[in-house]
Design a protein around this ligand. Structure first.
Ligand SMILES: O=C(O)CCC(=O)C(=O)O
Length: 358
C-alpha cells in the first residue's frame, strides 16, 4: 500500500514539455515500436462505431423503441462502443463543461499545481497513471474527481477557475448519472433480465461515479507517442465527451484500430470490465487508446459509472448454464481498481487475468 502514497519520480507536466517547444520528445514518452500509433490504424471515412439516436426511447412508438434497444444490443455485442445522440443531456451544458476544462488547463501552472494529485486517491491534477518507476508514460495531463458516493464527493478539490467551474461540473455530473441509469436499464433488458437487475448488482443507489478530464497537448513526434495507452475501462459504463474539433480516440476492432468520428453533441458510450464480468462476457469491454498530433491539442471528459466499491461483482446467476460456466471469480471493484492504480493502462490484462481456466 505504501507504494501508493507518492509518485516514484518527480512529476513532469506534459503541457510544460509541449510549451517548451522541444522538437524531440523525451525517451520516457517513446512507445515500443509495436505500440506506436501507425500500427494497424484505420481512419477510413466509412468505418465508425455505431451512432444511435435515443429520441424514440420514451415515446409511444413501441416498434421504434424496440429498434433502438436492438441497435444498442448489437453495438454492445459487436463493438463494446457506440455513440448516442438525443440522449437528454443539455448540449449547452456539454459545451460549457468542455470549455471550462479547456480554460482550467490554460490557467497558469501555479493555479493547476494547487490541485496536484498523488497516487493515493488520484484526485486532482495529474500527469501519470501507475506508479512503476521508469515506466514509459503517456502524452497527457488529466484531472480526476469524484461525484459518488457522496462521501467521496469533495467540491473543495474541484477547480475554482473558471469561476463557474464547480457549478457546471455539479450539474454535468447529475445529468450524466441520470443518463447512465437509463442505459443500465436498457442493457439489463437486452441481457434478458429485469430492468433493475444490473443496477441492483452495482449496489442499487450506492454506486460510484467519477470524472477524468484528459488534456492532450500538441506533440512534436506524434508517431512515437500515445496520448493514452491501450486499455479497457475498469468500471461499469463510460460516457465520453470527446473534443469537438480534434479526433484522437481509437477503438480496437479485431486486429485494427478504428479512429472514432464523433457525431455533434454525442456521447461515446463504452462497456467497462465490470459489465463484462456481470454479463459473463456476453458484453465485452473493448480496448481503446488515444493518438496525439503535432498541430492541435485535445480535451476529453470521461465519466465513469461504477459499482459500489466494496460489494462482490461476479457473473449473474441468470446468465449461467452448464455450457456457460462463470468465467470470472467474485471480486470487489476496490480490489480490481488497485491493480490499475499500480500498473497504469495495460490493455485488457486485468480482466483477462481473471478468467477461470476452462
Ligand atoms: O480521450 C479520449 O478520447 C479517451 C479517454 C479515455 O479512454 C479514458 O479517459 O479512459
Amino acid at each position: 500500500m505504501n507504494k501508493l502514497l507518492d509518485w516514484p519520480e518527480p512529476i513532469v507536466r506534459v503541457q510544460s514539455l509541449s510549451d517548451s517547444g522541444t522538437p524531440l520528445i523525451p525517451e520516457r514518452y517513446v512507445k515500443p515500436p509495436l505500440e506506436r500509433p501507425s500500427i494497424n490504424s484505420t481512419a477510413s471515412m466509412d468505418v465508425n462505431i455505431p451512432v444511435i439516436d435515443l429520441v424514440g426511447l420514451y415515446g409511444d412508438d413501441h416498434a421504434l423503441r424496440a429498434a433502438i434497444l436492438d441497435q444498442i444490443s448489437i453495438a454492445c455485442r459487436e463493438w463494446g462502443f457506440f455513440q448516442v445522440i438525443n440522449h437528454g443531456v443539455s448540449p449547452q451544458l456539454m459545451d460549457r463543461a468542455r470549455e471550462a476544462w479547456r480554460q482550467f488547463f490554460h490557467s497558469p501552472m501555479e493555479v493547476k499545481q494547487a490541485y496536484a494529485n498523488t497516487p493515493k486517491t488520484y484526485e486532482g491534477y495529474g500527469s501519470r497513471l501507475g506508479v512503476e518507476k521508469g515506466a514509459i508514460l503517456d502524452w497527457s495531463d488529466y484531472y480526476f474527481l469524484h461525484y459518488l458516493p457522496s462521501t467521496l464527493k469533495d467540491c473543495s478539490k474541484w477547480p475554482t477557475i473558471p469561476a463557474d467551474c464547480r457549478e457546471v461540473l455539479d450539474e454535468y455530473g447529475k445529468q450524466l448519472v441520470k443518463l447512465c441509469g437509463r442505459l443500465m436499464k436498457i442493457l439489463s433488458i437486452n441481457l434478458g433480465l429485469g430492468e433493475e437487475r444490473l443496477q441492483n448488482a452495482f449496489g442499487g443507489e450506492n454506486i460510484g461515479a467519477c470524472l477524468r478530464v484528459n488534456f492532450y497537448p500538441k506533440c512534436p513526434q506524434p508517431d512515437l507517442a500515445l496520448g493514452l495507452s491501450s486499455h479497457s475501462d475498469p468500471g461499469g459504463i463510460t460516457l465520453l465527451l470527446p473534443d469537438n474539433h480534434v479526433p484522437g480516440l481509437q477503438v480496437r476492432k479485431d486486429e485494427n484500430w478504428i479512429t472514432v468520428k464523433p457525431a455533434p453533441h454525442a456521447f461515446i458510450v463504452n462497456i467497462g470490465d465490470q459489465i463484462q464480468v456481470l454479463s459473463n462476457a456476453t458484453y465485452k469491454s473493448v480496448e481503446h487508446r488515444v493518438i496525439v498530433n503535432s498541430s492541435k491539442e485535445r480535451v476529453s471528459l470521461a465519466f465513469f459509472y461504477n459499482p459500489k466499491s466494496d460489494i462482490p461483482i461476479e457473473p449473474l446467476k441468470e446468465l449461467l448454464a452448464p455450457d456457460r460456466p462463470p468465467l470470472y471469480p467474485a471480486m470487489t471493484f476496490d480490489e480490481y481498481r488497485l491493480f490499475i492504480r499500480m500498473r497504469g493502462p495495460s490493455g485488457k490484462s486485468q480482466v483477462e487475468s481473471l478468467k477461470s481456466p476452462r
